[in-house]
Design a protein around this ligand. Structure first.
Ligand SMILES: [Zn+2]
Length: 319
């Protein structure tokens, strides 16, 4: 049996046909072209499904459709609120079920991508995993025993809104000092600009000439011994390490996987993070197995694979 996975993003709708073992048979995408009516977007999803079924020559073998969608999604597959799609209480699951004739499972896109990584990416074979995405914001998902942790209302796993600096920088959510304000690429760029204002002779100015300020700049200047950049990177690492150690102390996941633009720093990010996280983990002095801190491996494909696996889980649970 095959499962169709859709990653519905603000820019593109990505689709794939996936085997029960998490292998992608074929994939396709279309631009989301926002803003436009929900019915048109759903028709495009159904169209992508047809296209994939024709290309793979497997019409009739698709057992179910799964969708990762931005925003909060309830158990019934209703998108309670998705800001960039302008969907409010939109019954995406029911609409797509009627259009395609397939059972449809809908989940939050970050949770669904975390499911893909947990089952077939960086945490393959692990009992539990937390995936943390360090992109424009900080998002992610918690997977325990192969299932997404969604909370009673579908709003769980908002990892980026864990407060790591009481009274800190105001966040878009209304709180202050959220992890997202420090550990996202956006937060890193903000802290880099602030450091440049405070330190007019910093190497940050020289290195940013011609390329602007991005999430790599502070790491690059710190590597060359610039003190102002070092302070930015240290703040970045300390707030992220606090967030990760909080997650470990609550959940003790087998794996924490990092994805998103900042994670491209690779070992120069992971190695100091491991050093900072270790002493903050409860019972660390006793030794024993530790949560593995690794990089995610599936890239954008985590979304479509996770969506397909959500569909598979829905079929298996008979709901
Ligand atoms: Zn927040």
């Amino acid at each position: 049996m095959l499962y169709a996975g859709i990653d519905l993003g603000g820019t593109n709708i990505k689709a794939a046909l996936v085997t029960a073992e998490g292998e992608i048979l074929c994939e396709a995408s279309r631009p989301t072209c926002l803003p436009r009516p929900s019915g048109e977007i759903c028709a495009d999803i159904a169209g992508l499904l047809d296209e994939l079924a024709d290309r793979a020559g497997c019409r009739g073998q698709i057992a179910a459709l799964g969708i990762g969608c931005p925003g909060s999604v309830d158990e019934a597959g209703t998108v309670v609120y998705a800001n960039n799609l302008r969907w409010k209480n939109f019954p995406a699951g029911t609409v797509l079920q009627n259009m395609t004739g397939l059972p449809v499972a809908v989940g939050n896109d970050a949770n669904v991508a975390a499911l893909g990584e947990a089952l077939f990416g960086c945490a393959r074979g692990a009992q539990s995993a937390v995936i943390v995405t360090l992109g424009t914001g900080v998002g992610g998902g918690i997977i325990i025993n192969g299932r997404m942790v969604t909370g009673f209302n579908g709003a769980a796993s908002e990892l980026g809104h864990m407060v790591v600096v009481p009274g800190g920088v105001p966040c878009t959510c209304g709180q202050r000092g959220c992890l997202e304000m420090y550990a996202s690429a956006t937060g890193l760029v903000r802290m880099t600009r602030e450091a440049m204002d405070r330190h007019p002779h910093s190497l940050l100015h020289t290195l940013s000439a011609g390329r602007g300020v991005d999430g790599r700049l502070a790491f690059a200047a710190a590597d060359r011994g610039d003190q102002a950049a070092r302070e930015v990177v240290d703040t970045y690492l300390q707030t992220l390490a606090l967030g990760l150690s909080n997650l470990i102390n609550i959940l003790f996941p087998e794996v924490i996987g990092l994805s998103g633009g900042v994670a491209n720093q690779g070992e120069s990010l992971l190695e100091p993070l491991r050093r900072l996280v270790e002493p903050a983990v409860y019972g660390h002095e006793l030794g024993g197995p530790r949560t593995r801190l690794v990089l995610c491996t599936l890239g954008y494909r985590a979304g479509v694979i996770g969506a397909a696996m959500l569909a598979k889980q829905k079929m298996e649970s008979g709901t």
